[in-house]
Design a protein around this ligand. Structure first.
Ligand SMILES: O=C(O)CCC(=O)C(=O)O
Ligand SMILES: [Fe+2]
Length: 289
């Protein structure tokens, strides 16, 4: 679905130009505070990460849509989805949710290694945007407490250049705002030089035909996804990506959210219009032969 609005256009243009943007006042602070409170228990019981990329002074956990009813307001945010669809539309039919992950950067944490998130997929560099990430602070992000560091204009073909042309900026922002950046934009969590924990969420969206970073079907099996809105269920994988990708018994996997799916099912083409024309012509020629 493409959402038409000049606000979407304006932010998408800025994201494409700079590789990132910070959008203020996307959600009320109260809603973010309620989400933050819902995650208190998970932050407390989750052990510190292991390994140099995740960082041993940070905590992370996923499956946010199963942990708080408020998470859906972030994932399904209309303006955010509109911008992401605008950016990724040239390369896919539909976008998908790639990840929801909470990240706590604890006092004393060093800076995370600067990286480009889409390097997780070994595709062409400098040609395609595979991903748009959205970072939502749960508590205020500051340059001192580990706000995400972003390298402006490091995206797209700049990812092929040996030298960085820009100085990094700290994505300082209050709860309710969000940082959007492209899969090709260089970034990393900042160092936390304060005595407070920096808490934020990553909500990532990717081209609908990629293998997602977080296994969405295991994170949200049918019994969980059944309670999602149809759009949210689609974002986590309960819809096909034409042609026929992500099918269940040759049908749209959303059948598993209702009563069907137990009985034998016919496989049904789910094709792009251009493929449908090609195939209809071929079938017709066979019929006439
Ligand atoms: O927590 C952050 O600010 C960024 C984390 C990040 O970029 C990542 O883990 O890929
Ligand atoms: Fe990252």
């Amino acid at each position: 679905m493409i959402r038409f609005s000049s606000t979407v256009d304006r932010w998408a243009a800025r994201l494409r130009r700079d590789g990132y943007c910070i959008i203020p006042d996307l959600l009320p602070r109260d809603e973010i505070a309620a989400l933050d409170a819902d995650l208190d228990g998970a932050f407390a019981e989750t052990p510190f990460c292991q390994g140099g990329f995740y960082g041993e002074t940070t905590k992370r956990f996923g499956r946010l849509l199963a942990r708080s009813a408020h998470a859906a307001s972030l994932v399904e945010h209309d303006l955010v989805l509109g911008i992401v669809e605008r950016i990724l539309a040239p390369w896919c039919d539909r976008i998908q949710l790639n990840v929801t992950q909470a990240i706590a950067v604890h006092p004393g944490a060093p800076a995370q290694m600067p990286h480009r998130d889409q390097d997780m997929w070994r595709g062409a560099i400098g040609e395609i945007e595979y991903l748009v990430n959205v970072i939502w602070p749960l508590r205020a992000f500051t340059a001192e407490n580990g706000a995400t560091t972003i390298w402006p204009n490091s995206h797209g073909a700049a990812a092929l250049e040996p030298e960085l042309k820009s100085a990094p900026v700290a994505a300082a922002m209050p709860p309710g705002a969000a940082l959007l950046f492209l899969g090709s934009t260089l970034h990393g969590a900042g160092a936390n030089r304060t005595d407070e924990v920096r808490r934020g969420l990553v909500v990532g969206y990717a081209l609908g035909w990629l293998k997602p970073y977080e296994n969405q079907w295991l994170a949200y099996p049918p019994d969980v996804a059944r309670h999602f809105s149809p759009e949210l269920a689609g974002l986590v994988g309960y819809r096909q990506h034409r042609p026929n990708l992500g099918n269940y018994e040759g049908q749209c996997p959303s059948i598993l959210l209702g009563d069907a799916g137990q009985e034998p099912l016919p496989a049904i083409d789910a094709l792009r219009p251009d493929q449908q024309v090609l195939i209809a012509d071929f079938v017709e020629a066979q019929r006439r032969a």
